[in-house]
Design a protein. Structure first.
Length: 458
């Protein structure tokens, strides 16, 4: 997909929004899961905290029986990451009791770190533990009146929270990656499916241009149907304009030819008069020029019609037979070899006129043989269509480079003994140019002149 294509723009915009949405969703879900994990961890700490507060609130229990009902072996394992600590705060020297796991260390106070009491009367936060590990700690001040004031703290290894969150993030990332790939593939399918009618229109227009169809046919979505209707209307309007142009060209030809014929007839009645001879000479030139330019206008009108295609091989064979009959008295043999798949993007009459001029010229100058060959060249670039190469060789005397340039000019002739007006090759050059083609002259392998005509194919 090219950067300027509609499909690429839709795909890139959908991909950008997809990445943004998945990223935001992933961050939100990770945050929600982390908060849920913290709340579950905090409930566990609060359970131990309430148990300790209950033990502190029953001072009648023997000291060796206090704090033995927490039910967590990690509180007995030195530096395990799970600790509790009870600090009496109403004495000059605070009395501290702690779990065996705390060993000879002390837990920091959240109050000293500026953590405020919650509505439940506790403080929650993260602190650094004795071994440098991060702890999740809950503490609560307890006032027992005459029995004293205490600060009860319970801390657990926050690695559990981090590991749970990290594991969830890994699974979430993998899931979102797979989901993103599926959604991207779905986007590609939706873009291709949604733009398929545009591709159909493009292919249909290409068929019209190549002559395989005359108009856009079929059902199109409501968003594209107006485009199809307007395209068909434009094609019909183009055909009508061409038809009107043909009519005007024909009318002009008849309007000018009649007074020109009157001038020639009047000059003929005074054939001995030098002035009359000059008038007839110039009238003949005017007639040739008029025919040439009217023909060029007529061809230009036909070229503007889209969708006209001509099979080349049958046209070449018909020309071969015709030319061989015309020049039978001189014994000229006309041979032809045409690619059966060759097609000309234009009208048959124009092809016959161009090739006919070349073959007729070759027959006039050939000694005994004329050879016609039609080839199809497929270019390497995808944006250019096939090209026809029509080669006409004769075994005559050939032409030098200067002579080739001279005969290509309109009306220039090398030998007045040959019939014709001298406009044949120039007409071929003009018509080929109208179709986007060209005519080149060179030396033929059989000894004479080679005329190579390149035209658009299909």
């Amino acid at each position: 997909m090219r950067a300027s294509s509609l499909a690429n723009r839709l795909f890139l915009s959908a991909t950008a929004w997809l990445v943004v949405i998945l990223a935001i969703t992933g961050v939100v879900l990770s945050s929600v899961y982390k908060n849920a994990t913290e709340r579950a961890f905090d409930r566990r700490l609060n359970l131990y905290l309430r148990t300790l507060i209950a033990e502190v609130a029953t001072p009648d229990e023997p000291p060796d029986r206090q704090f033995q009902s927490l039910g967590e072996p990690l509180f007995e394992l030195p530096l395990s990451g799970w600790y509790w600590q009870i600090t009496r705060t109403d004495t000059e020297k605070p009395e501290v009791r702690s779990s065996r796991s705390l060993w000879d260390k002390k837990l920091p106070k959240l109050e000293e770190q500026g953590v405020e009491l919650t509505a439940a009367g506790i403080r929650l936060g993260y602190v650094d533990g004795p071994e440098g590990q991060t702890l999740r700690m809950v503490e609560r001040p307890v006032d027992l009146g005459a029995d004293g004031k205490f600060l009860v703290s319970v801390a657990g290894d926050a690695t559990e929270i981090f590991d749970e969150t990290r594991s969830f993030d890994y699974y979430l990332g993998g899931t979102f990656t797979a989901l993103g790939i599926v959604l991207l593939l779905t986007t590609v399918f939706q873009v291709r499916f949604g733009l398929a009618p545009l591709k159909r229109i493009s292919e249909a227009i290409a068929d019209i241009r190549s002559g395989r169809a005359e108009r856009l046919e079929g059902e199109f979505p409501v968003e594209i149907a107006p485009l199809a209707r307007e395209t068909n209307a434009l094609i019909e309007a183009n055909r009508e304009i061409v038809e009107r142009a043909r009519t005007h060209v024909g009318n002009l030809a008849h309007a000018i030819k009649t007074p020109l014929s009157v001038i020639v007839n009047e000059a003929t009645t005074h054939a001995a008069d030098p002035f009359a001879e000059k008038v007839m000479e110039q009238a003949d030139i005017m007639r040739d020029q008029l025919a040439h330019h009217l023909e060029r206008a007529r061809i230009a009108a036909r070229v503007s019609i889209v969708g006209t295609v001509t099979e080349v091989a049958p046209a070449i064979e018909a020309l071969r037979r015709t030319m061989e009959k015309i020049h039978r008295d001189r014994g000229i043999v006309v041979e032809a070899k045409a690619d059966p798949a060759a097609k000309f993007r234009g009208e048959r009459q124009d092809l016959e006129e161009m090739v006919g001029n070349l073959v007729d010229n070759a027959c006039k100058w050939a000694a005994s043989r004329v050879f016609i060959e039609v080839l199809v060249d497929v270019p390497g670039k995808a944006d250019t269509g096939p090209r026809l190469r029509i080669i006409v060789d004769d075994d005559g005397r050939g032409l030098s480079e200067a002579e080739r340039a001279q005969v290509s000019r309109r009306g220039q002739r090398l030998d007045e003994s040959k019939p014709g007006s001298g406009l044949g090759l120039s007409i071929v050059v003009d018509l080929a140019a109208l179709y986007g083609g060209r005519l080149t002259l060179g030396s033929a392998p059989i000894g004479g002149l080679r005329a190579e005509l390149v035209l658009p194919g299909i």
